[in-house]
Design a protein around this ligand. Structure first.
Ligand code: PEP
Length: 249
């Protein structure tokens, strides 16, 4: 089955709203490619102005986080209907920085994934091992656990539309990109895991990205792997290089 590639930028905590608009305008012509899905996941305060700036282009604006309750006394959080109200279709869930600095667990990731689906928002579900786990030889076990818990009580029809981002923690923001073989091996194992939870049709439909120091130089080889359906890109998504990553072929 041929899956449409999805290449998403994760802007993290970078760019003021006016800088964000300027960046969308700068990248617009560079990321024009109708053969892939292009998503800019931007800080919540910049979602609305970026939506305006991206109007009429192939760029979809996504969120970097979302809370798992509908509304109420959760100071500082963003509810799913706040995102859908302004047209957000994608949200990053369970990024390793949120797991590390904001105490997100597999269970909170699962709650957010289910809530995103309830609101027809596509979650980009992040998973990935630490360097220590890789050296201990438990990478695949660890990621299978993250995936199995993230998808608890998620239906096959929902899972088919999900995006999983495999991001080895040791490769995020470090300049150390995983080798093509390492990235493909884990993305293939994630697909097998989805096949076990659901069925082969779901495994073949779900899109799995690689993330971790992707650059214009590494994108083509990574995205050519049979189980890698695009990338989640941090640092390089803030630069004109992102255009080369989107047009990797
Ligand atoms: C990320 O933040 O998801 C990421 C992959 O960052 P970078 O590309 O900078 O390693």
């Amino acid at each position: 089955m041929s899956r449409r590639k999805i290449i998403a930028g994760n802007w993290k905590m970078n760019k003021t709203p006016s800088e964000a608009v300027a960046l969308v305008n700068e990248l617009k012509p560079l990321v024009a490619n109708d053969e892939v899905d292009v998503v800019f996941c931007v800080p919540a305060i910049s979602i609305i102005p970026c939506m305006e700036a991206a109007k009429g282009t192939n760029i979809k604006i996504g969120a970097e986080n979302m809370y798992f309750e509908e509304s109420g006394a959760f100071t500082g959080e963003i509810a799913p209907n706040m995102l859908t109200d302004v047209g957000v279709k994608y949200v990053v869930i369970g990024h390793s920085e949120r797991r590390e600095y904001f105490a997100e667990t597999n269970i909170t990731v699962n709650k957010k994934v289910k809530k995103a689906f309830e609101h027809s928002i596509t979650p980009i579900v992040c998973c990935g091992e630490s360097l220590e786990q890789r050296e201990q030889g438990v990478t695949i076990d660890f990621i299978r656990q993250q995936i199995k818990i993230a998808f608890l009580d998620v239906t096959a029809d929902q899972a088919k539309t999900a995006v999983i981002a495999y991001e080895p923690i040791w490769a995020i923001g470090t300049g150390k990109v995983a080798t093509t073989e390492q990235a493909q091996e884990v993305c293939a194992a994630i697909r097998v895991c989805i096949g076990e939870i659901y069925d082969e049709a779901t495994a073949q439909a779900i899109r799995i990205q690689y993330g971790g120091s992707v650059t214009a130089a590494s994108a083509a080889e990574l995205f050519a792997q049979p189980d890698i359906d695009g990338g989640l890109v941090g640092g390089a998504s803030l630069k004109p290089d992102f255009g080369k990553i989107v047009n990797y072929k």
